[in-house]
Design a binder for this molecule. Structure first.
Ligand code: SF4
Ligand code: SF4
Ligand code: SF4
Length: 265
């Protein structure tokens, strides 16, 4: 498999957040919006596609989309707005996203975020700088290029796995003997080496090494708020789609609802 990937070595990260700044500047995600009583912004948001989570004893863990080899988010998207590219990144098409938020519930790592503050909200997440690398504007993701410690590096997945295993072999007393993302949920394109457990990055205990897509709907049905909230979610989806169409009609100076929906011919 010749997929492009990112390897983050937690033992090398100093928490400087240069990667976060580079991502924000490159992708024009805008200012962080504090969420109610939040003092320190350390979680992902629609304007923060990667973040640094502080752990005890000066451990800093970079969080971002894992770009799963078989992404659950893409498997549940009813309109195919989220998809895995042959090059590795999992990207989405905002033009066809209808705002249903199934991807947010399906992701085993709780990654996708929603632009709640916008009149017409969309899903947002790291896209591994796919568009800019494909167009030749960037040679590698902005975050990996910006890291002064080379704590997060970009490359071919197979080569990054070799580098990771070599580091574990050379320093068995330092690293947890596992490359996070090598097998988890069928493997991911973002890999981690660490000297502390990173299990906290995966929110759902049910995760194992098998890919999620074949089991996603069965899995979602086990989540009580999904089961109970399907009606509410469908109403929310209708509301978002309807609002999006209404604003688009207003922009074009057309009546809303369209005349044929009022029974006129
Ligand atoms: S980590 Fe979540 S959002 Fe990212 S590709 Fe995997 S399932 Fe999709
Ligand atoms: S790969 Fe690109 S989009 Fe993803 S966190 Fe890094 S800079 Fe941001
Ligand atoms: S730029 Fe590198 S060292 Fe700084 S926070 Fe990001 S991953 Fe860590």
């Amino acid at each position: 498999m010749n997929q492009m990937s990112i390897l983050t070595d937690v033992t090398l990260c100093i928490g400087c957040e240069e990667c976060v700044k580079a991502c924000k500047n490159t992708n024009g995600t805008g200012e962080d919006q504090p969420w109610r009583w939040q003092r320190k912004i350390d979680d992902l948001s629609a304007s923060r596609w990667t973040t640094i989570v502080s752990r005890p004893e000066k451990h800093y863990v970079r969080k971002q989309c894992r770009h799963c080899l078989e992404p659950a988010c893409a498997s549940v998207c009813p309109v195919g707005a989220m998809h895995k590219t042959p090059e590795g990144p999992v990207v989405y098409n905002p033009k066809i996203c209808m705002g249903c938020r199934y991807c947010m519930m399906a992701c085993p790592y709780g990654i996708p975020r929603y632009t709640w503050s916008e009149a017409v909200p969309y899903v947002r997440k790291c896209i591994m700088c796919y568009d800019k690398i494909k167009s030749g504007e960037l040679q590698q993701p902005a975050c990996t290029a910006a890291c002064p410690q080379k704590a997060t590096i970009y490359g071919n997945r197979e080569e990054l796995l070799q580098i990771a295993h070599k580091r574990i072999e050379e320093k068995p007393d330092l690293y947890i003997p596992k490359v996070y993302g090598e097998h988890d949920v069928g493997g991911t394109s973002v890999l981690y080496l660490s000297d502390v457990s990173l299990d906290f990055l995966g929110l759902k205990k049910e995760m194992d090494d098998k890919p999620l897509p074949p089991r996603t709907w069965a899995f979602l049905k086990e989540v009580p708020y999904v089961f109970v909230g399907v009606g509410a979610l469908m109403y929310g989806t209708y509301w978002v789609v309807e609002r999006r169409m209404r604003l688009e009609a207003e922009r074009r100076g057309e009546p809303w609802p369209p005349s044929h929906e009022k029974g006129e011919r």
